[in-house]
Design a binder for this molecule. Structure first.
Ligand SMILES: [Cu+2]
Length: 157
């Protein structure tokens, strides 16, 4: 009996062929989708979704500045930022020769830090990215000088 199992050969070919066709189909779908959504021929090879605006440039919530002024004092007692969006807060230290930072806390006891900026000695600037935060009242201070003149509230709304 030398009947060769001829039927096996084409059968074995069907699997890989199907996979190749499926993959090709998927690639075609991605390329078409990107061509349609991307507009002016910016063919994205590999079909990766562009990352949701990474940390280059100001975040969606924008940027604001608080200034440390002479002597051992922030120029603002209350800051307001939008809820649900990251915001850059620039601590502009103009308190010549004095080190300060900008730190945000969840509690008015200043125990639960949300973000702490680096300490720098004027003239200098340090930027912290705050949020996204839930709506509510938060608290900021300079950790070097946890006194009333370097404390305030951060209102998220
Ligand atoms: Cu300070």
């Amino acid at each position: 009996m030398l009947r060769r199992p001829l039927r096996l050969e084409p059968k074995e070919m069907v699997g890989p062929a199907l996979i190749v066709m499926l993959v090709a189909g998927l690639i075609a779908t991605f390329v078409t989708a990107f061509a349609l959504s991307g507009g002016e021929g910016e063919a994205v090879v590999g079909g990766e979704t562009p990352p949701p605006s990474e940390t280059v440039g100001p975040p969606p919530g924008g940027e604001l500045t608080i200034t440390a002024v002479r002597t051992i004092r922030f120029d603002q007692k209350e800051l307001a930022i939008p809820a649900g969006q990251a915001v850059n807060i620039v601590m502009d230290n103009q308190d010549a020769g004095v080190p300060h930072n900008f730190a945000v806390y969840a509690d008015d006891g200043f125990k639960q830090a949300i973000v702490k900026g680096d300490i720098c000695t004027a003239p200098c600037q340090d930027t912290v990215t705050v949020g996204p935060l839930e709506p509510g009242t938060y608290y900021f201070q300079c950790d070097v000088h946890p006194v009333a003149s370097m404390r305030g509230t951060l209102v998220v709304e």
